[in-house]
Design a protein around this ligand. Sequence first.
Ligand SMILES: [Zn+2]
Length: 134
Amino acid sequence: MFELKYPLEINDIKRIRAHALLILAEFCIYANQHGLPIVITCMIDDKPEVPGDQDATGRRTKTHLEGRAIDVSANGWDDLHQERVAFHLNSRYGRLYGTAPVGSNATKVVVCHDAGSGTHFHLQCRNGIVTEYD
Ligand SMILES: [Zn+2]
């Protein structure tokens, strides 16, 4: 279904929030339908040896520490598929589970960016969504 970049461990996925897993599942469906690779590069960002997202000051973002985000490498994804999967997921889940960047009303669950560790998809759900699984 997907690969984990070393040294990630599959058990870390148990600490990911349910809605972030839902977004990952939908991402995997898209990738499988188009024969695209899924390599998870970051889940819970508390391993110093794993490069995670950083903000402008070089701090690691809280979303990964809180189990609200998963990074997937964009290697092997051309620009069209990068845009299409983000559009698909943001259209379907952005309003329900997404967050809006400061100064924007557009809620998103996926951005494709390079935050210092190579171009990747940052899949994310917002804080405060409670389920019986969390
Ligand atoms: Zn990320």
